[in-house]
Design a protein around this ligand. Sequence first.
Ligand SMILES: N[C@@H](CCC[C@H](N)C(=O)O)C(=O)O
Length: 266
Amino acid sequence: MKIEFTKMQGAGNDYIYVNTLIYPLPNPEELAVAWSRPHTGIGSDGLVLIGSSGKADFSMRIFNADGSEAKMCGNASRCIGKYVYEYGLTRKTEVTLDTLSGIKTLRLHVEDGKVDAVTVDMGIPAEIHPVDLGEGYPYREGIAVSMGNPHLVIFVDDMEQVDLPRVGPVLERHPLFPDRVNVEFAQVLAPGRVRMRVWERGSGITMACGTGACATAVASAYTHRCPGESDIIMDGGTLRIRWAGEGTRLFMTGPAEKVFDGVITV
Ligand SMILES: N[C@@H](CCC[C@H](N)C(=O)O)C(=O)O
């Protein structure tokens, strides 16, 4: 059976997108693993399914490269906004998306018929609290934030000193997070400018993480490092995050790009 897909990236965080209205996939966990592999698959950070919803315009399911399903993905939600508009699935520029962490609203920024950026209402960040990682770990303190999915933000003075391939997998499986956690290292460069690198649960090092950028902005404001609006600068690009503080909704703005269309046989 032939399946059409589109590879897309948001700030360098790349996923394989399949329109399940046309191609329902019975085994997305297995396909996410096989297709994400760089040499023998398509190569990606995971697999995203676009579907219908009784509660919103469309639905999103997101699978990491190890096949685990996540409840939310910031970069994929922006890419879905571009996909549904540019492939003619909608003419709306305000689109609702049903995710496992609730309904998100996407505002599409359209220029000459193309979506070049998307603002996502990411909802109200939750479970914000400092954590003590304990002795025996490479870092002692962090800030936990839920953006629908779990994050641990660790502030550092010098990003160059962070050995991400070594410490990322250890912290992802810290016992404080039984469902594993996405780990962000953050260095405040200036007011409103934060450098961030991420180790994603289920995918490892990625060039950007949308929910991770949101969690970083939240942790920066919560610790009085950077209140208000901030640019989160990642290896693959920058996202602008607007958040007025605890109990308020957070808005993420950033790019969405198509890489290529393809057909794969399963
Ligand atoms: N890259 C994503 C987050 C994807 C899911 C994450 N790895 C998890 O398991 O929670 C983003 O842009 O938010």
